[in-house]
Design a protein around this ligand. Structure first.
Ligand code: UGA
Length: 428
């Protein structure tokens, strides 16, 4: 099949390449000239393990091409995925400006029957709006169907997730469109949930919100366990083995971040309010998440003292989680900002993210340089390479051997045996 992907960001590029792997011919359309040029040269404009290799392979084999030419791309492709961004508006709801512009262009340049599929996370009712916007753009009446087919991949494991989804959700009232989309996904071996577009859009928000809820649940419970001297990791394991609960997303830490959970939970809260049925449970999920870095900083202060003025704090990791260069809503950046507000001196390290420093914020190339003279070392992001550092050497380089593990990734006993003071999130 010939597939057009509009928006060559994270989801768009991964989706396009996965369809290439399934033997389809793909065109990626974007208005950003720099992105297009990079992609045409087989270069990714973001960090994602394994994706660049796949991109070079399919660019070289001409299975995928990238263009800025909307008219030609719309005319030549009958299956069009909308993968543009839906940023958070001022009131927490999703801003659909980019989706609307794309829908208008599709309407304008449509020459025969097309299926338009929303993959970006969009509010309930968007498929109906896209249908209307396409019609507004049309100069002559040509039939089309709009389908909701949300994406569930995670950054850092995008390729694995997109190639092996747990399920595929197809939201459409058109049997023609559903048949074609089922065929498009025929090589995927997972259940397919067929429903109407509104339910499909809700499934995506509900999935992200439920996972965020699991994280806030375990984080709030961790605060209680911290005081009770109970190891939260054991509790997560003990409840996660119950198949009704499941082991995933029960890792206590500094809270969830990224471009999806914070935005999507807020958007669902907004949808609920607008419909007079507030989801107060999610409001609390957000509150717990916001409090989690404050809780962690209090733990640091219990050891270093309330006054952080000129205390040297080394922070490892900047991205919102490991294996990504994405720092949007990163709990670690949030923590750093709070430390800077308390006038601490912060030295940071990240294997892939580069940030502009400031008078009190310095980024260093290696972990060893980062910890020199530090009064405390904070694990902010759970990059694998922070698991097995040369702790003996690190202790020698630090001013005081205080270690705060915001991701519970280290073995407390081992670290303490080396003479460190160790504090995690109820990692007893
Ligand atoms: C999330 C969802 O997991 C994907 O299914 C979805 O497709 C995506 O949003 C999206 O809507 O596009 P992602 O934001 O890439 O994916 O990252 P996750 O792996 O879900 O992690 C989100 C945050 O939760 C991170 O800050 C992570 O550190 C945190 N987390 C995760 C925990 O604190 N504890 C856990 O046990 C798991």
């Amino acid at each position: 099949m010939r597939i057009l992907i509009v928006g060559t960001g994270y989801v768009g590029t991964t989706t396009g390449l996965v369809f290439c792997e399934m033997g389809h011919k793909v065109t990626g359309l974007d208005l950003d000239e720099n992105k297009i040029k990079a992609l045409q040269a087989g270069k990714l404009h973001f960090y994602e393990p394994g994706l660049e290799e796949l991109l070079s392979k399919h660019v070289a084999a001409q299975h995928i091409e990238f263009t800025k030419k909307t008219k030609k791309a719309v005319k030549e492709n009958d299956i069009i995925f909308i993968c543009v961004g839906t940023p958070q508006g001022a009131d927490g709801s999703a801003d659909l400006t980019y989706v609307k512009n794309v829908a208008h262009s599709i309407g304008k340049y449509m020459n025969k029957y097309k299926i338009i599929i929303t993959k970006s996370t969009v509010p309930v009712g968007t498929a109906e709006l896209v249908t209307k916007w396409i019609k507004e753009g049309q100069e002559e009446q040509i039939p089309y169907d709009v389908v909701s087919n949300p994406e569930f991949l995670r950054e850092g494991s995008a390729l694995r997730d997109a190639l092996n989804p747990d399920r595929i959700v197809i939201g459409s009232t058109s049997e023609t469109a559903r048949t074609i989309i089922r065929e498009m996904y025929r090589d995927f071996h997972c259940p397919i949930v067929e429903t109407n577009p509104n339910a499909s859009e809700m499934i995506k928000y509900a999935a992200n919100s439920f996972l965020a809820m699991k994280i806030s649940f375990i984080n709030e419970l961790a605060r209680l366990c911290d005081g009770l001297n109970i190891n939260i990791n054991d509790v997560s394991k003990g409840i996660g083995l119950d198949t009704r609960i499941g082991p995933q997303f029960l890792r206590a830490g500094m809270g969830y971040g990224g471009s999806c959970f914070p935005k999507d939970v807020n958007a669902l809260i907004q949808i609920a309010k607008e419909n007079g049925q507030p989801l107060s449970i999610l409001e609390h999920v957000v509150k717990v998440n916001e409090e989690q870095t404050v809780f962690f900083i209090e733990k640091i202060k219990q050891n270093l003292g309330d006054d952080l003025l000129n205390k040297k704090i080394a922070v490892l990791g900047l991205s919102f989680k490991a294996n990504t260069d994405d720092t949007r809503e990163s709990p670690t950046l949030n923590l750093i900002n709070q430390l800077l507000a308390e006038q601490a001196q912060v030295m940071v390290h990240d294997p892939v993210v580069k940030i502009a420093g400031g008078p009190s914020l310095v980024q260093l190339q290696s972990v060893e340089e980062t910890v020199v003279g530090a009064d405390a070392l904070v694990i902010g992001t759970d990059w694998d390479e922070y698991k097995n550092l040369d702790w003996v050497r690190i202790k020698q380089l630090m001013n005081q051997p205080n270690l705060f593990d915001g991701r519970n990734m280290l073995d407390k006993r081992k670290i303490e045996n080396l003479g460190f003071y160790y504090s995690g999130i109820a990692n007893h």
